[in-house]
Design a protein around this ligand. Structure first.
Ligand SMILES: Cc1ncc(C[n+]2csc(CCOP(=O)(O)OP(=O)(O)O)c2C)c(N)n1
Ligand SMILES: [Mg+2]
Length: 557
């Protein structure tokens, strides 16, 4: 039998587990994996910063449901990349981060780029470890892919010591895990739990379902729709750190305190749901919690602190539980008479936007973010297969409030800004041929601007719609509110021609200063056939506050 290197086992096992590409930035310790990727037929997307590679793997995981795989080099490469795991963890994206590592044989001797990498990654991962033997590298890959997808999906890290990657292994085929080793076991919801939960839901007057972040796109999004269809109960999904005040949810905060039963479907009772407390929720509102993790169930029990208000808790993964509830409800579900009117009121609240938005005019030289979002929505409506990517910040919030698409990726509940350019590139690769529009502020654009070169090289023709207000407006506004205009410091930027920079990086640039020109510029960018930037000079507006009662919902951005 052929002799293989440890790196061949890594690459072959990844391919056997369904991986198609590695999002990567090269380095000494992983070049042998690059070499092995050729025979394993793994494509390599080489980025300009390790954080971008991890963000790409995150978006790939969210869009495909299969773990995105990032491959970084040891020490500084690994350290550069781990920060990007934070959003993936919050968004519950299946992801495997592989990093080259100093040789096991040199550890503790100040080896080149020696670092306790698994310790660095551990708080941002479901699991993190350093491979210990060359012969079991295939099993390491199978285990990593399995953990990333199981229960609450999320990032997993494996450090790959260089001496193991280079080691020659005889009888290597025998050590490649069988196909079953890559299969993720579901955590199903038992029949008794299904019956009990459906009965509680049916008897409630004003029930709501909050879905897990993992149900944002793909299978999860389809299940959300099917659950709504089978029960008639609104299935809410928010992806912003603003939680219940997510601009996508419209005026929902006004109604939330009327809910009498909330099913948390893989959704933690965390800060995004104000820990289930009043005034966001009624003090009499009851909760059902389904979660794959015992610890999350324990925390909701502590937060609610009243067994009467937590009539059911069950350990199961969100998608399996949704499937079981849908099947059960299809057999039999008759909600209380009040439920249809309640669902209609919730739908109306979600769709509500202030009427004055329809008239929001843009002053010369200072385009209102609404005018930009309107054109983005027009372009999306004409392209139902399009993917919308939204970054954070004030401009990102406007886009999230006003633009929607069947498939949308945001910076998620974790709220880290700057990932949208790599997300958009990964979206182009995950959905070949689908138009991809990213909305982002000028501050967010700077994090990974050089990735436009990656996009041009890899043929990822997304369009970045950049709201340029020459400031980190979200933070600038905090300064104005909290410390007064005389004490604004450090949060302005130069009015920069990002469109010219994008053209220099191999893309297409548009510079827009008038609201009337946004639509045509966006269409030209979409037709350009290369990565593009529509750089719009916008007025520095505060993010939208959606409440019909005028009470600002507050919360983070
Ligand atoms: C990684 C990360 N760093 C910093 C922040 C804090 N932060 C949130 S929004 C924001 C300003 C964003 O500026 P820009 O992208 O220009 O959007 P704007 O608010 O100006 O519309 C900052 C610094 C964050 N959320 N994530
Ligand atoms: Mg800005």
């Amino acid at each position: 039998m052929a002799t293989l290197r440890g790196a061949d086992l890594v690459a072959r096992a990844l391919a056997r587990g369904g991986a198609q590409r590695l999002f990567s930035l090269s380095g000494n310790q992983v070049m042998v994996v690059y070499d092995a990727a050729i025979d394993a037929r793994l494509d390599i997307v080489h980025t300009r910063h390790e954080g971008a590679a991890v963000h790409m793997a995150d978006a790939w995981g969210r869009l495909t449901g299969e773990p995105g795989v990032a491959l970084l080099t040891a020490g500084p490469g690994h350290a550069n990349g781990v920060g990007a795991l934070y959003n993936a963890l919050g968004a519950e994206a299946p992801l495997v981060l592989l990093s080259g590592h100093a040789p096991l044989g040199q550890l503790g001797r100040d080896a080149f780029q020696e670092l306790r990498q698994a310790d660095v990654a551990a708080p941002l991962c479901k699991a993190a470890w350093t491979a210990q033997s060359a012969a079991t590298l295939g099993e390491d890959m199978a285990r990593a892919l399995r953990i990333a997808k199981s229960g609450r999906p999320g990032p997993v890290h494996v450090s790959l010591p260089y001496d193991l990657l280079e080691a020659k292994i005889d009888d290597a085929d025998a050590t490649l895990p069988a196909a079953e080793a890559f299969v993720t076991a579901a955590q199903p919801l038992g029949d008794a739990a299904v019956a009990a939960i459906l009965e509680l839901l049916a008897r409630a007057a004003r029930p709501l379902i909050f879905a897990a972040p993992a149900m944002a796109a793909g299978r999860g999004a389809r299940l959300r729709e099917a659950l709504r269809a089978a029960t008639g109960i609104p299935v809410l999904h928010s992806e912003s750190p603003r939680g219940i005040a997510d601009p996508t949810l419209g005026a929902l905060p006004d109604l939330l305190a009327e809910a009498d039963l909330v099913l948390l479907l893989g959704r933690k009772l965390d800060f995004t749901l104000r820990f289930g407390q009043s005034p966001a929720f009624s003090e009499r509102c009851r909760f059902i919690h389904i979660d794959p993790e015992a610890e999350a169930l324990r925390r909701s029990a502590v937060a609610i602190h009243d067994v009467e208000r937590l009539p059911h808790a069950a350990q199961a993964d969100a998608c399996s539980a949704a499937e079981a509830l849908i099947a059960g409800a299809k057999r039999e579900f008759a909600g209380a008479a009040t439920q249809a009117a309640w669902a209609a009121a919730v739908d109306a609240a979600r769709a509500w936007r202030p009427p004055e938005w329809a008239q929001a005019e843009s002053a010369e030289g200072a385009v209102h973010p609404l005018a930009v979002a309107r054109e983005v929505q027009r372009a999306l409506t004409a392209r139902p297969e399009a993917v919308l990517v939204c970054d954070g910040g004030e401009f990102g919030q406007w886009a999230q409030a006003c633009a929607s698409a069947a498939t949308r990726i945001t910076n998620g509940p974790a709220g880290g800004i700057g990932g949208s350019i790599p997300y958009a590139i990964a979206a182009c690769l995950a959905r070949p041929g689908a138009p991809v529009i990213a909305t982002l502020g000028d501050g967010s654009a700077g994090f990974y601007l050089a990735e436009f070169e990656t996009a041009a090289r890899c043929g990822a023709p997304f369009v970045a719609v950049l709201g340029n207000d020459a400031r980190w407006n979200a933070e600038h506004l905090i300064q104005l509110r909290s410390y007064g205009p005389a004490r604004a410091i450090g949060c302005t930027m130069q009015p920069t021609r990002y469109d010219l920079a994008v053209a220099a990086l191999g893309g297409h640039g548009e510079h827009v200063t008038r609201a009337a020109d946004v639509g045509a510029a966006l269409e030209r960018a979409l037709a350009a056939g290369k990565p593009a930037c529509v750089n719009v000079e916008i007025a520095p507006q505060a993010a939208p506050m959606l409440s019909r009662t005028g009470t600002p919902p507050g919360g983070a951005h």
